[in-house]
Design a binder for this molecule. Structure first.
Ligand code: CUA
Length: 260
């Protein structure tokens, strides 16, 4: 406030302009938020303090092509690390953190959330096109921050997969990666040191002695537990024995079944 010579208060014209500018700025922000929500259909991240807290990642099927994903962020991973959904799916995403503040961004989408301990943030995303979408942590959270990623695979080939199957498939793929299977077995149909995993399940292969063998539960289990048995024609018998449990073999098999 400036005081004029006759003692009356009056507003300095500069002050008036600053106040007006501040009001316009605030109104502009509200207008952009409204435009983003209703004009562009972007779901503005919301904090949902009254949603039940969770301490593990999960995938749940709400309806056909509608899934609810609970992501648990921690140093330095997202749980679940891999999720497979049919093309055209809508995902309701909830995220929280187990330790420090992380971020969750799904590249190529509008999803950009903070993962804060004790709070849950949520967003919704629709995947029209198949592809592998990468989740990254966008908040610096320590030494391995840049390795903190996860994926959502959107595929035409999983149209009628069950929610349990989704989790299994994700787990199986993780085992395949962790055990180094993918170094020799491609996922795209190209032949490597071993046959491609793509389309392998249910096929009949020829063993070196000419016997046909169907790639089924028994065969895959045998190959994992005793790789030297039943050598397949056309491939060097170089597969190593894998230190995997019964349960993990089942998950690997689920993964192979999904790669038809
Ligand atoms: Cu988590 Cu950066």
């Amino acid at each position: 406030m400036a005081t004029s010579e006759d003692g009356n208060s009056q507003i300095d014209p500069l002050e008036k302009r600053v106040v007006l500018a501040a009001i316009l700025f605030a109104a502009g922000c509200m207008a952009m938020l409204a435009y983003a929500t209703w004009g562009l259909g972007i779901s503005v991240p919301t904090c949902v303090p009254d949603t039940k807290s969770f301490d593990h990642g999960s995938v749940a099927k709400l309806a056909d092509k509608n899934f609810e994903l609970h992501y648990l962020a921690s140093m330095w991973k997202f749980e679940p690390a891999r999720v497979l959904v049919p093309t055209g799916s809508t995902l309701d995403i909830y995220v929280t953190s187990k330790d420090v503040t992380h971020g969750l961004q799904i590249l190529g989408t509008n999803v950009n959330l903070m993962a804060v301990p004790g709070a849950i943030t949520s967003s919704r995303v629709h995947f029209e096109k198949p592809g592998v979408y990468t989740l990254v942590c966008h908040e610096y959270c320590g030494a391995a921050h840049q390795n903190m990623t996860a994926t959502i695979e959107v595929s035409d080939k999983v149209a009628d997969i069950s929610a349990e199957g989704l989790a299994e498939l994700g787990a199986g793929r993780k085992i395949a990666e962790d055990q180094g299977c993918l170094a020799c077995h491609s996922l795209d149909g190209s032949t490597g040191i071993g046959p491609s995993f793509k389309g392998l399940w249910g096929q009949t292969v020829e063993l070196t002695d000419g016997t046909p063998r169907k790639v089924d539960e028994a065969f895959v289990r045998e190959k994992i537990q005793n790789p030297d048995s039943n050598p397949v024609k056309g491939f060097e018998p170089v597969m190593p024995k894998l230190p995997v449990t019964d349960e993990e073999i089942k998950q690997l098999e689920e993964f192979l079944k999904g790669l038809q």
